[in-house]
Design a protein around this ligand. Structure first.
Ligand SMILES: Cc1ncc(C[n+]2csc(CCOP(=O)(O)OP(=O)(O)O)c2C)c(N)n1
Ligand SMILES: [Mg+2]
Length: 570
């Protein structure tokens, strides 16, 4: 990322870890400004690198200003390198304006890292001789200080030293300067020669704009999402899998077991996924079978864990990340939504990672442990979302998400983990996973339900005795609505049941898309059943009243079946 200061640090940590795992004797180098050191990611990344012994040199370029903010308003320790103590690592502050000192100190840091495998924190004291950017004159820097800095220009000092100490002639110094200038100019020329991007074929405006843009020479990442199904690492081991009477949580565990057993580069990371087997026990036994190098307990740092995974994915590792609760994925909105989600769009490189979100309410664990967040995550282009509701779907979703080259989020409803059993019969064909699921056939109403609501809806429909077709989109991004639209055209009625709050879930989006597609076939206005827009309360009676009940769904079915929209045909 060019922006979101701090966020690339954890990628360097993950990338360095992944490369060293393959036996490469590399060290990471992560550079950040004085302002960037105030971000959470700075602290999280140093901590993870230290705890997991990942040798990354964190180099702070302390130029005493972050945009217009002086360091006195940025931090209150004496030196930024003092922070190293908090992470149990070596920290040093040096004169960052002297290239000879910087060079030799970095060499020493490499020796230290080689010996201890611990990261090193290096603060290079420097200064800024201009504004923050071209538009900024930097007038907030006291004139006297700026004058002193200008006189002390490190480029002039270095030039002087090359002549006086190193004995270089004026013409050879000029030669160096010319070579640098040529290199920069060449880079600009090369960049301009790339040409302008072409409008992607799949954008609605493509046809109109294409006519105007025939001088375009390259197409930059035409897809927001990397090519989907051709599986970059599909192994012949992906074969039929059958299991009888397994719980949803077991299905998750079996899929994780398969992936760790068959994909040597796969690793599972999160909080308490090791010895404890994760908060909901879906990872039980995995650390015993695959070791702490592949089933990794991480410090409490969701954002940096996500960044770690993204960095690792770029150096051959295959991340499986568990958020302890879907609610805590909000800690990683930047890393997952803005960084991983746009990775392919920006770089042309795939960012494969499987991200698991135990979600949903009904366990009386209150507002911060009960959310689904499928609505939030569906708003980030570049991510794929799957929300399985049965053991079969859970097994399929985890495999499909893992083998897809994009960041894939799997929503796993916590209530379903250990309450319901089913059989798994997976034929090994991942292409068939990415589709909506139909559970019942019917003629009078199409009911679309997500997550645990699938089961409440099945029960409500059985109780109502009506002819209802129940669907679960399962793939929430990219939606596969064609078969559901077909169903709505047949039944003429649509009821969507979601557990998320009315404006927090995907229900309104589903109704909008299906109404646009099926408008003339509708006999009644579509309905949405959801939790009201309220934080999930702790009190069991309030939570029960919040979440859509079987009875509420049954009543809604009866109501929608008794309404007939007056249709005016022009
Ligand atoms: C998370 C985040 N918040 C705000 C900004 C806007 N911003 C860009 S640069 C900058 C100051 C950065 O200061 P510093 O880290 O000292 O780097 P320097 O500009 O001195 O190189 C700010 C606030 C940003 N890029 N990212
Ligand atoms: Mg700065």
């Amino acid at each position: 990322m060019i922006s979101h200061l701090g966020k690339m640090l954890s990628l360097v940590v993950g990338g360095t870890w992944a490369a060293r795992r393959h036996g490469e004797q590399v060290f990471g180098l992560a550079v950040i400004g004085d302002g960037g050191t105030s971000t959470g990611e700075f602290h999280e990344s140093l901590n993870i690198a230290s705890v997991h012994k990942i040798p990354v040199l964190f180099l702070i370029e302390n130029n005493h200003y972050a945009f217009s903010t002086p360091t006195s308003m940025q931090y209150n320790c004496q030196r930024l390198s003092d922070r190293a103590i908090g992470y149990g690592i070596t920290g040093r502050t040096i004169d960052g304006t002297d290239p000879w000192i910087v060079y030799s100190t970095v060499c020493e840091a490499i020796d230290t890292m080689e010996e201890s495998l611990l990261p090193v924190l290096l603060e290079c004291d420097t200064r800024r001789l201009c504004g923050h950017a071209a538009y900024d004159k930097g007038t907030y820097v006291p004139a006297e200080l700026m004058e002193r800095w200008q006189k002390d220009d490190p480029v002039i000092h270095a030039r002087h030293r090359l002549a006086e100490v190193c004995g270089l002639t004026e013409s050879s110094i000029a030669g160096i300067e010319e070579a640098v200038e040529t290199e920069v100019n060449d880079a600009v020329t090369r960049a301009l020669a790339v040409g302008r991007p072409r409008v992607p074929r799949q954008w609605p405006v493509h046809a109109e704009v294409a006519l105007l843009a025939d001088d375009a020479r390259v197409l930059i990442n035409p897809d927001l999402v990397a090519e989907s199904v051709p599986l970059r690492r599909l192994s012949p081991r992906l074969k039929r899998f059958q299991a009888k009477g397994v719980k949803n949580g077991d299905a998750v565990n079996m899929a994780l077991d398969f992936l760790l057993a068959n994909q040597p580069d796969a690793f599972l990371a999160g909080m308490d996924v090791g010895v404890y087997g994760s908060a909901f026990k879906t990872c039980k036994g995995l650390v015993d079978r695959y070791g702490t190098d592949r089933v990794i307990d991480m410090p409490l740092a969701e954002s940096s864990i996500m960044g770690f995974a993204l960095g690792a994915s770029q150096l051959g590792a295959e991340p499986i990340i568990e958020f302890q609760f879907a609610d805590f994925s909000t800690e990683a909105v930047t890393q997952l939504g803005l960084n991983a989600g746009t990775w392919y769009f920006r770089t042309g490189c795939a960012a494969p990672m499987l991200v698991r979100l135990p979600c949903g309410g009904g366990l009386t664990v209150g507002a911060f442990h009960s959310g689904e967040f499928e609505g939030l995550w569906s708003r980030f282009p570049g991510l794929k979302l799957l929300y399985p509701a049965t053991p079969q779907e859970s097994y399929e979703a985890l495999l499909a998400g893992f083998y897809d080259p994009n960041p894939c989020l799997i929503f796993e409803h916590k209530l379903l983990y250990w309450s319901r059993s089913g059989d798994i019969d997976f034929d090994g064909d991942l292409t068939a996973v990415w589709r909506s699921r139909r559970y019942t056939e019917g003629t009078d109403l199409t009911l679309v339900a997500l997550g645990a609501m699938v089961h409440s809806s099945l029960a409500a429909v059985a109780q109502s005795g009506s002819s209802v077709e129940i669907w679960n989109p399962m793939v929430l991004q990219p939606l596969d609505l064609e078969p559901i639209a077909k169903s709505v055209k047949k039944t003429g009625r649509l009821l969507v049941v979601q557990e998320s709050g009315e404006t927090q879930g995907l229900g309104d989006r589903l109704i909008s898309l299906l109404t646009r597609e099926c408008f003339l076939s509708l006999k009644a206005a579509p309905e949405l059943i959801s939790t009201p827009d309220t934080p999930i309360p702790f009190a069991p009676e309030l939570e029960t009243a919040c979440r859509p009940s079987q009875e509420r769904i049954r009543k809604a079915i009866t109501a929608i079946l008794s309404t007939e929209r007056l249709r005016k045909v022009a």
